[in-house]
Design a protein around this ligand. Structure first.
Ligand code: XMP
Length: 359
């Protein structure tokens, strides 16, 4: 009967998923993204990874896909995009054009630092100043999700999407990792590096294909690949930093002045806590102001909140028990170096209920 046939195929199907080591959820998102063409993602565990073989396989895959054409990628300075950049250049040399989109919301000196670090490795990175477009898109927005959406749309539709079309590259390299796929499926994270999220089929819309050479790896595997590719430790062992950058740390409307302020506080916090061995640490600019004292006068000033987290995978986290000496030192430096700030607080809430970032 048909019911038997249905059951038979269902059993075969789930067996296939099991053998392919992909969950039903992963299948659904792949199916959703790729339509009827099913590709499977098989996890490569860092502990079982043959790093040199992984690199050689991916270099060959990229070369075979791109042929003698051109490819393009965006480098953010994060671990994943740095490793993809190094891998892509190993495969394609100058036929991979790497852009660093300066969105104006990065940490202090980030665009210059990242470009210089890659130059040392013999990789040319073009820095593109797109900060005006990002600030224009953020203007007037106060809702956290609307702010995040504005950054995604500006990046893909206005800036990088146009650049890809102009470059005539037929291939786009992206640093999507397996955790990104899982978290997108689970609804934990708004995915920044998957075009389909925007309902865009890149092949149809722009005539190019996306290559995701790290999709079988988790973060620890990506770090191993980075080491194997000869990237400096400082590049692949950085603390996590969110895709929406400092916007995730400004409550309320984002302006260039507020970003400049939280950027300074971030730099001070990162220097002060770099040897703590915490999972992540950050500074947040609050929207509310409070009365403070400057030069014996009462002034209405800004508040910075410091967060420092112990965590394994960012899904849950606890505040680090920093010493009061360290905390007081951070507060003193921030209020000395940033005149607008009159008050500094430390977060003592776990995730959940808190999140790691502020928006
Ligand atoms: P939350 O704030 O959700 O953050 O507890 C969990 C971890 O993810 C980082 N994060 C992001 N990373 N794109 C990313 O690639 C994002 O939109 C994003 N939002 C948060 C955050 O820094 C923390 O490590």
């Amino acid at each position: 009967s048909t019911r038997f046939v249905d059951k038979y195929f269902a059993a075969l199907f789930f067996n296939y998923l099991k053998l392919s080591k992909i969950s039903f959820k992963q299948f659904c998102i792949i199916f959703h993204q790729k339509g009827a063409v099913m590709i499977k993602i098989k996890e490569i565990k860092a502990s079982h990874m043959n790093v040199q073989k992984f690199i050689a396989d991916k270099v060959r895959d990229i070369q075979q896909a791109v042929g003698d054409g051109l490819a393009i990628n965006a480098l953010s300075g994060g671990v994943d995009s740095s490793v993809v950049t190094a891998l892509g250049h190993k495969a394609l040399g100058k036929r991979l054009k790497t852009y660093f989109i300066d969105n104006g919301i990065m940490r202090e000196g980030e665009p210059v630092k990242v470009a210089a670090a890659f130059k040392k490795l013999g990789i040319q990175v073009e820095v593109l100043d797109a900060s005006k477009a990002f600030f224009a898109a953020l203007k007037g927005l106060t809702d956290p999700e609307e702010k995040r959406e504005a950054i995604t749309q500006t990046f893909y539709k206005n800036v990088f999407g146009k650049l890809v079309v102009k470059s005539k590259a037929k291939y786009l390299l992206q640093g999507t990792i397996l955790t990104d796929v899982d978290e997108t499926v689970a609804g934990i994270k708004r995915q920044h590096n998957v075009f389909e999220q925007l309902g865009i089929d890149p092949q149809k819309a722009f005539g190019y294909k996306i290559l995701e050479p790290l999709i079988e790896l988790r973060k620890d595997g990506v770090r191993k690949a980075g080491r194997g590719l000869g990237l400096p430790e400082s590049m692949f062992n950085r603390i996590p930093f969110p895709g929406p950058a400092l916007v995730a740390r400004v409550i309320g409307e984002v302006t260039p002045a507020k970003i400049a302020l939280v950027r300074k506080a971030t730099a001070i916090t990162e220097v002060a806590l770099k040897d703590i061995k915490a999972f992540q640490y950050l500074a947040i600019l609050h929207e509310d102001r409070v009365t403070g004292m400057r030069n014996n006068k009462r002034v209405f000033g800004n508040q910075i909140e410091i967060r420092c987290w112990n965590s394994l995978d960012a899904r849950t986290a606890r505040p680090t028990r920093l010493s009061f000496d360290i905390l007081e030192d951070i507060a003193a430096k921030i209020t000395k170096e940033i005149p607008e700030v009159v008050s500094v607080t430390y977060n003592i809430t776990s995730k959940p209920t808190s999140t790691i970032e502020a928006i």
